[in-house]
Ligand binder design. Structure first.
Ligand code: BGC
Length: 913
């Protein structure tokens, strides 16, 4: 940490031009009265700048700074920057109060520094002092002030910086020398060390990652319940490591460190059956343990040539196929005492430059669900039903099992004719086998695999008790921030299904599906779902990290791989709606969380994508060549040809091209690249001209005349002429009425269709479509008992048989993008300015719905909107946190009104037309 003048040299001062810092080698305390006075008076020479200074009487009551976050909030141990940004919320009972300055107090390395900055920013504010070095720990508090005084300090946020430099890694990747072939099961690598005996241990930190997955133990005790670590990312460029506080697990004297390595994404099957070793064929561990003693000395031990490897209890592991575990083998004590031979390891010269600290929480068990019942299938199998399609593990408790006997657990999302519906899983065997040890009680739960399932067939246990079977729900441990409810329970179930599909598919990376032999980070899926995702869960760090992977794997000419991490490795991947994740996801994240740093970082990637599309588009402005996924999974496409949509692929591609050029221009404007802003907005105009010229008739017919093309044209303002716009609006409604309100869109049109109907002036048609139950419709699956969003509108046919298509997942979030319309239009809440600084609250009631509500815990705090139709009156109650202005419209209003912090109620006369 850099030294700055002590308190006698300078009290904290308020500046306009930037932060001023004081530091003191003393524990944190409130600045003295003199300091306060100095704070509010402003820099010397500006005595009149804050005339209220004299009235200052210390602490403001009724206003508190809360939820102070460092970078993305989690993890807090091992942050990947020495200059983390800070964010906080403010709870205030005083609607008039506003802060114009904040003070950050940082305590690190025994010193306390306070910095006052004149600013009203409270999200992602810059780190106030010199960057912290690797390993530094710090405690931060923030208070905000105005001429009338300061709030109390927030509760402190503590964090620790990770290893910022490749040279911080002294440990080396080690890999079993001969064991660890695919047939050998998961190797256990282990090493020992002795504490130095230089006085009591103060802290021990484990920095750890692997080629493959790892579970790590110190003296036989697991260091964490985190699962599937280190997680998945673009490993060749960015390999995440974790940091654990293991102080309590270290013993004075001799210690044993051990890790079991699983195949996971690194070496297990990925993409298609039998395709293994996407990243390499040798599993390896990198672990560095750093100990600090009370006398100030330190000790670093880590993986090196002295480590050894042996077999573990895990005989086989694979994401698609499952796990085989021999419970007779103990992994707790890796010494050779039990007769299991060990062998030396090889030190791999693997580089440490690509090691990165994650910006998202790890995968964890986020919920446990007891089996609802045990069913007996027609073939006599015992099947546990969890009542909910989930992603994770089945855990079975066995009592009095016979040593050497085998228990087998197989998973499926649905039943067909009373038996597990395994066909949608394609080649994935989804089977976990356990060889029992014969202990009085044994817990059967896998480690290095995961499944998507509602049902589990369990064999090998006599008299299985339903209370002994539970589902452990796995996923990235994101914080829920968005909720929705309305008077229609079927729509509520639909919304719950969306949240469940998100939970299941936000597992380290955003995936298409979690169950079959696929589970990949398809860019098109997250492109359409990102607005919903960002509303339901705090995805700021998760998707920001994924975007870093996208940038890293984007081709030099700007092409965006179809999946990120890119295990497909297509040489020239260019497809509309999929590649547009490069422009759309950063835009959505910036709108939701006001993370301007992320937008600046992604800007080159956004621009490269638009430039790539420009290079393949024709001079006329149409994107009319090359491969397209198009309106993927349009319900009229044949089951075996999901790309054969009604929407012309050129129309779909050109619409995306125009939109991405526009989003790029807007992003350029946000980050101050004015020339680019003009250039790409003008490009968007030219493409829109071409769209009109080639695809739109004067009366508003849009080429290929199907729901999706009108949805694109209306939602993205692609029709120039008002008469044509009117005509297109009428035509869309006609098409929807002719389809008896059934959905006729695929991945591209589905997120837009209800919004398009509203733009066409027919919100009632949108409500009719939302509540339609005949297939294809959202509520068809709900009425069929779905508990997640299906990949196909008819993944299950009305007679209960599974769609014959080769791709039939029951847990695919893409069609769940409709939840964005529930939040933004039914409940009526959407951001107008980044981070919800300004929001629109404009509910549009319709259909038979009599009430709806939503809450979103925005970067500024909880925003709530709740409406109900009661006795010919429409009543709206809203809550607005400090820092947010809401523009509120009631149905029928000609204009909105602005309201600020607090709870507000509105009502208007209501009669159903
Ligand atoms: C995936 C989709 C993905 C698509 C692209 C499928 O196999 O499940 O969700 O976007 O391929 O074609």
């Amino acid at each position: 940490m850099t030294e700055t003048p002590g308190p006698s040299a300078a009290a904290p001062r308020l500046t306009d031009s930037g932060p001023t810092t004081v530091s003191a080698g003393v524990p944190p305390e409130r600045p003295s009265a003199e300091e306060h006075a100095a704070d509010v008076r402003g820099p010397a020479g500006s005595p009149h700048e804050h005339p209220a200074a004299d009235r200052h009487d210390g602490e403001i009551t009724g206003v508190t700074v809360r939820d102070l976050r460092v970078e993305y909030g989690a993890p807090t141990l091992g942050i990947g920057t020495g200059s983390p940004r800070l964010s906080w919320k403010i709870a205030s009972s005083d609607p008039q109060w506003a802060f114009d300055r904040y003070e950050v107090e940082v305590t690190s390395d025994g010193r306390t520094e306070r910095t006052i900055v004149r600013s009203t920013q409270q999200t992602f504010v810059p780190w106030p002092g010199a960057p912290l070095p690797s390993r530094a720990s710090a405690r931060v508090r923030v208070r905000t002030g105005s001429t009338s005084g300061w709030t109390p300090y927030s509760a402190p946020a503590a964090f620790e910086v990770g290893l910022l430099d490749a040279s911080d890694w002294r440990a080396q990747f080690v890999s079993p020398r001969t064991l660890g072939g695919l047939g050998d099961g998961a190797p256990l690598v282990h090493g020992t060390f002795s504490t130095r005996g230089a006085g009591p241990l103060v802290a021990a930190r484990l920095y750890v990652t692997a080629h493959g997955l790892y579970t790590f133990s110190v003296n036989g005790h697991p260091v964490t319940p985190d699962a599937l670590t280190p997680g998945w990312s673009a490993y060749e460029h960015r390999l995440p490591y974790q940091v654990y506080d293991v102080t309590e697990l270290i013993e004075s004297g001799h210690n044993v460190l051990s890790a079991i390595l699983g195949n996971g994404w690194y070496r297990g099957q990925l993409v298609w059956p039998g395709n293994r070793s996407s990243y390499g064929d040798r599993l390896a561990l990198l672990a560095q343990l750093e100990l600090r003693y009370a006398d100030g000395s330190s000790q670093t031990v880590g993986t090196d040539a002295t480590w050894r490897a042996r077999r573990s209890s895990i005989l086989f592991d694979d994401f698609y196929d499952g796990q085989v575990t021999d419970l007779r083998v103990s992994d707790r004590d890796p010494s050779d005492r039990d007769g299991v031979a060990s062998e030396p390891v090889d030190v791999l010269g693997a580089p440490t430059e690509r090691l990165v600290a994650p910006t998202a929480p790890p995968v964890r068990v986020t919920e446990r669900i007891l089996a609802r019942e045990l069913l007996s299938s027609p073939s006599g199998a015992t099947i546990a039903d969890f009542g909910q399609n989930v992603v994770g593990w089945v855990r079975v408790t066995v009592r009095g099992g016979v040593a050497g006997s085998e228990v087998v657990v197989r998973h499926a999302e649905v039943l067909e004719h009373g038996e597990l519906g395994l066909r949608p899983l394609r080649s994935a065997k989804v089977t976990s086998r356990y060889i029992l040890s014969g202990a009085a009680e044994e817990e059967l739960v896998p480690t290095f695999t995961f499944n998507g399932f509602r049902y589990a067939e369990i064999s090998g246990i006599d008299n299985l008790d339903v209370a002994d079977v539970e589902a452990l729900v796995l996923g990235t441990d994101l914080e829920r921030v968005g909720w929705f409810e309305c008077s229609d329970p079927r729509v509520n179930r639909l919304h719950e299904n969306v949240a469940w599909s998100m939970r299941g598919n936000f597992l380290s990376v955003p995936t298409d599906c979690p169950q079959r032999d696929e589970r990949l980070g398809w860019t098109g899926d997250i492109q359409v779902f990102s607005p919903t995702a960002a509303y339901l869960y705090d995805t700021a760090g998760f998707l920001s990290g994924w975007l870093e992977d996208l940038s890293a794997e984007q081709k030099p000419d700007g092409a965006v791989p179809f999946v990120i991490p890119d295990v497909l490795r297509a040489p020239d991947p260019v497809a509309a709606a999929w590649g547009d994740a490069a422009t759309v996801v950063p835009t959505v994240l910036h709108g939701s969380y006001a993370d301007a740093g992320m937008l600046s970082r992604q800007y080159p990637s956004m621009r490269a994508w638009v430039e790539k599309v420009s290079s393949v588009a024709s001079p006329s402005g149409l994107w009319d060549s090359g491969f397209q996924f198009g309106d993927w999974l349009d319900p009229t496409a044949p089951a075996d040809d999901p790309g054969k949509a009604q929407a012309d692929p050129t129309v779909v591609a050109t619409a995306h091209y125009a939109r991405s050029a526009k989003l790029l221009g807007d992003a350029a404007a946000v980050i101050g690249f004015t020339a680019d802003a003009e250039k790409y907005r003008a490009l968007a105009e030219r493409i829109t001209d071409a769209f009109n010229f080639h695809f739109v008739t004067p009366s508003g017919r849009v080429l290929s005349d199907c729901q999706t093309v009108y949805a694109l044209a209306l939602c993205w303002d692609l029709i120039r002429d008002p008469v044509a716009y009117e005509g297109a609006s009428r035509r869309l409604v006609e098409l929807v009425v002719d389809a008896h309100y059934r959905v006729s869109t695929g991945f591209v049109g589905t997120p837009l269709i209800l919004d398009a109907l509203c733009r066409a002036g027919n919100g009632e048609a949108a409500y009719r479509m939302l509540t339609e139950t005949e297939c294809p419709s959202w509520l068809y699956s709900v009425e069929m008992g779905a508990t997640t969003i299906w990949e196909r509108w008819d993944s299950m046919l009305p007679d209960g048989s599974i769609n014959p298509g080769e791709m039939t997942s029951f847990n695919h979030y893409a069609y769940g993008a409709v939840a964005d319309w529930l939040h933004a239009t039914v409940a009526g809440l959407k951001p107008l300015e980044p981070g919800y600084r300004r929001v629109l609250i404009k509910p549009q009631p319709g259909g038979d719905m009599t009430s709806a509500s939503t809450r979103h815990d925005s970067p500024f705090g909880m925003i709530a909107a709740q409406w109900a139709i009661e006795n010919d009156a429409f009543r709206l109650r809203i809550e607005v946190p400090y820092g947010v202005t809401a523009e509120v419209w009631l149905p029928g209003d000609e204009s909105g009104r602005d309201v600020g912090i607090g709870a507000h109620e509105f009502s208007a006369a209501w009669s159903r037309q």
